[in-house]
Design a binder for this molecule. Sequence first.
Ligand SMILES: [Zn+2]
Length: 90
Amino acid sequence: MSDSADDRPDLSDAQRAHLRDWAEANIPRGQCPWCKSSDWQIGDPVVLPAYLADGKPLVVLPVTCERCAYVRFHSARQMGFVGDQAARPE
Ligand SMILES: [Zn+2]
């Protein structure tokens, strides 16, 4: 992870477009488990302070309930994003 205060991954426009398209096509909206709303907003990719088994940072797309603000995360890895982010520091 970078030292900057901005934890958004350094993705190209094409990578962001791929993740956005994949998410729009594949992430089920369903009902929010808390307020039962079905209105969800897919956000920009973010890097969580966690690492995958191969040492790469965990990049996720937040999906936020428009009514109660509950947030769930979907892994960018499963969307085909392997990324060129720095590996876990030694
Ligand atoms: Zn909700």
